[in-house]
Design a protein around this ligand. Structure first.
Ligand code: SF4
Length: 312
């Protein structure tokens, strides 16, 4: 899965999911884009469904294949941020992808029954940013159906067909106006030192049309406005929208308003992180227990799969 495996689009209208599986490549400390794009939805989903969230460490090899030595530490940092941000390991299962090898076995077996034409429909790398997630899910659904058709008995599917559950995600631009990404150096980390975040935000780019104080702006292109939408109360967002367009406020004041709302969030996250770090082995233990549970459940499915394919 891609970095910041964010659910996108609108909530799927058809159902509240019973079981949710989602993951992220372990890229280290999480930033506000990860939180708004995925973690926040996960926290909500963990309250209403049985949830499994994993570190996609196999997928990390798509970019870190030359030097895998940093994956374990990046994974630990990521899990700490997930929990510090409010993802409760008592309400959901956190696990490591490569420790549940049943997934690789199922992948191999489904690959055997996948017609070549289906695989050719998976988008090329160029198309992946737009389509990869949706297309892979579509392929997984078709493979599940085909498997059940080939090996299941009537009315008793072996594999459950997955459905997308997509949530509205506010767009978060990085401090230079591009997509927020650690590799661009424009991200605000969830656990960032608030004083450092304050300094960086005060020099962040805004709408280039606002060269002078009296130039009217377009908040929709400004990263500060995007952060207001995620972290400020609606009346502040409305005020910024209105006063930016009429040049009623300057960017410095606008940024100060944002900091009043954002810095306490960073401070709270930082304190939660520090508490987790003060308890050596706690996060590892939570993930180990989660991985054991995920493995046991995956094995239950694989017992049925192997039996259906006469591989026992
Ligand atoms: S007033 Fe605020 S929203 Fe408008 S350009 Fe300046 S920082 Fe951005």
């Amino acid at each position: 899965m891609a970095e910041a495996e964010a659910p996108v689009g609108r909530p799927a209208p058809h159902r509240v999911p019973r079981r949710v599986v989602s993951g992220m490549r372990p890229t280290g400390r999480m930033h506000l884009g990860h939180y708004q794009g995925a973690i926040k939805s996960w926290i909500e989903l963990a309250r209403i469904a049985e949830c499994f969230f994993f570190s996609a460490d196999w997928h990390a090899f798509t970019t870190d294949y030359k030097d895998p030595s940093k994956i374990a530490e990046a994974q630990r940092e990521m899990f700490i941020d997930w929990i510090a941000a409010g993802l409760d390991p008592q309400r959901c299962t956190l696990f490591v992808q490569s420790h549940v090898k049943q997934h690789a076995e199922l992948f191999l077996l489904l690959g055997m029954v996948a017609p070549i034409g289906w695989l050719e429909r998976v988008p090329t790398y160029k198309e992946q940013q737009e389509q990869l997630r949706e297309k892979h899910l579509e392929l997984a659904r078709e493979l599940g159906r085909r498997f059940n058709h080939l090996y299941g008995s009537t009315g008793k599917p072996v594999l459950i067909e997955p459905h997308p559950y997509l949530t509205e995600v506010p767009k978060i631009l990085g401090l230079d106006g591009r997509k927020m990404s650690k590799s661009y150096g424009n991200a605000v980390e969830l656990g960032e030192d608030p004083e450092q975040a304050r300094k960086r935000i005060m020099v962040a780019v805004t709408d280039p049309a606002r060269k002078r104080r009296h130039d009217p702006g377009h908040p929709e292109v400004c990263p500060i406005y995007h952060l207001h939408r995620a972290y400020s109360p609606p009346e502040t967002v409305d005020l910024v929208d209105r006063e930016c367009r009429s040049a009623g406020i300057g960017c410095v004041d606008c940024k100060k308003m944002l900091l009043l709302n954002l810095l306490p969030v960073l401070e709270k996250h930082r304190a939660a992180r520090q508490e987790l770090e003060r308890a050596p082995g706690r996060v590892e233990e939570l993930v180990r227990l989660g991985t054991e549970k995920a493995r046991a459940m995956a094995e239950e499915t694989m017992v049925k799969v192997r039996a259906a394919m006469k591989l026992e």
